[in-house]
Design a protein around this ligand. Structure first.
Ligand code: DAK
Length: 270
C-alpha cells in the first residue's frame, strides 16, 4: 500500500479502522487531496477484499477521505499525464475493478463525503451504496476540462443517481454542485452540519442495518446492483433468483418463525 518511488510520499495510502461491526476505509493522501493514483486504487480494492473475507463480522463500511478538505479530488492527474492509450485503458479497468469490488461487497458501503468529491472521487462515491455528505461538500465531473471523459463509471452511475439530463449537464459543463443541490438531485442521501455528525449518522445507519439478517441484506444488495440499469425483464429475473436464494438461509427460516411466534428474531448470518 505504498506509492512507487518518485511519484509520491511513501506512507500507507489507505488504512482501515474498526469499531465493532463497522469498518472505515480511510483514503489517506491529504497532500494531494486524496487523489486516486493506481496505488491508491489497488489499496482500496485490497482493503475491501480483506474486509469481505471477514464475512458477517463486518456489517457496513464507511469510506472517508483524510484531511478535512476532500473526500477525493479525482484521479491523480500526475499519474494520468504519462499514460499511453493502452495504459489508459488498463487504468480504467483497474478503476472498474475497484467499483465492482465495492458493489460486490456483501454489506452496505456509505461514502462519507466532507469536501471535494470530483471526477474519479465522485465516481468512487457513486460505486458505494449511498453518499452522505457535510454541508461543506462539492460534487462534479470536471474531466472534460482536462480533455478527458469520466473513466471510472461516471457516465453509467451518475445518470442512474440524478437522471440523464442533469448527468449530461454536469459532465458536459464540468461544473460543481454543492451538498444542498446534490441532496435535492438525489445524489446525496443525507446531509450533515459537520464531519462528526456525518460519521455518527453513517454509523447509526449501519447499526440499524446490522439488526437485520446479514444474509438478506447481502442478497438485497446483490439484486439491487444486478438490476440497476438493466431491462425490467432481466432485473426482475435477478430478483426472482435472489428471492429464491433467501430460502436457502437459516436467517429466513428464523425471521419468519420469529414473526409467527411473536418474538424477536435471532439471526446468525447463515
Ligand atoms: N490529482 C493530483 N493532485 C491533485 C489533484 C488531482 N486530481 N487535485 C488536487 N491535487 C493536488 C494539487 O496539485 C495540490 O498539490 P501541490 O501543488 O500542493 O503539490 C494539492 O492537491 C492541493 O490542491 P490545490 O492547491 O489545487 O487546492 P485548492 O483548494 O486550490 O483547489 C481543487 C482544490 C479540488 C478545486 C483543485 O485541486 C482541483 O481542481 N483539483 C483537480 C480536480 C479535478 O480536475 N479532478 C478530476 C481529475 S480527472 C480513470 C478513472 C478516473 C478518471 C479518469 C480515468 N481511469 C480509471 C482510467 C477520472 C478523471 C479525473 O478524476
Amino acid at each position: 500500500m505504498t506509492e512507487q518511488p518518485g511519484t509520491d510520499e511513501r506512507a500507507p495510502l489507505v488504512r482501515v479502522e474498526r469499531d465493532g461491526v463497522v469498518a472505515t476505509v480511510v483514503i489517506d493522501r491529504p497532500k494531494a487531496l486524496n487523489a486516486l493514483s493506481p496505488d491508491v486504487l489497488r489499496a482500496v480494492a485490497e482493503a475491501f477484499d480483506a474486509l469481505a473475507a471477514e464475512g458477517d463480522a463486518v456489517r457496513g463500511v464507511l469510506v472517508v477521505g483524510e484531511g478535512g478538505r476532500a473526500f477525493v479530488a479525482g484521479a491523480d492527474i500526475r499519474s494520468l499525464s504519462t499514460l499511453t492509450p493502452e495504459e489508459g485503458a488498463e487504468a480504467a479497468r483497474l478503476g472498474h475493478r475497484v467499483a465492482a469490488t465495492i458493489e460486490a461487497f456483501p454489506a452496505p458501503v456509505i461514502a462519507c463525503v466532507d469536501g471535494f468529491a470530483l471526477g474519479g472521487g465522485l465516481e468512487l462515491a457513486l460505486a458505494c451504496d449511498e453518499i452522505y455528505a457535510t454541508d461543506a461538500s462539492w460534487f462534479g465531473q470536471p474531466e472534460v476540462r482536462l480533455g478527458l471523459i469520466p473513466g471510472f463509471g461516471g457516465t453509467v452511475r451518475l445518470p442512474r443517481a440524478v437522471g440523464l439530463p442533469l448527468a449530461k449537464e454536469l459532465i458536459f459543463t464540468g461544473r460543481r454542485i454543492d451538498a444542498a443541490e446534490a441532496e435535492s438531485a438525489g445524489l446525496v442521501t443525507r446531509r450533515f452540519a459537520d464531519r462528526d455528525a456525518l460519521l455518527a449518522g453513517a454509523r447509526a445507519t449501519i447499526a440499524e442495518v446490522a439488526e437485520n439478517a446479514w444474509t438478506a441484506v447481502a442478497l438485497a444488495k446483490r439484486v439491487l446492483v444486478q438490476a440497476a440499469g438493466t431491462p425490467t425483464a432481466v432485473a426482475t429475473e435477478a430478483e426472482v433468483t435472489g428471492f429464491g436464494d433467501a430460502f436457502r438461509t437459516d436467517d429466513m427460516r428464523e425471521g419468519v418463525a420469529a414473526f409467527l411466534e411473536k418474538r424477536e428474531p435471532r439471526f446468525t448470518g447463515r
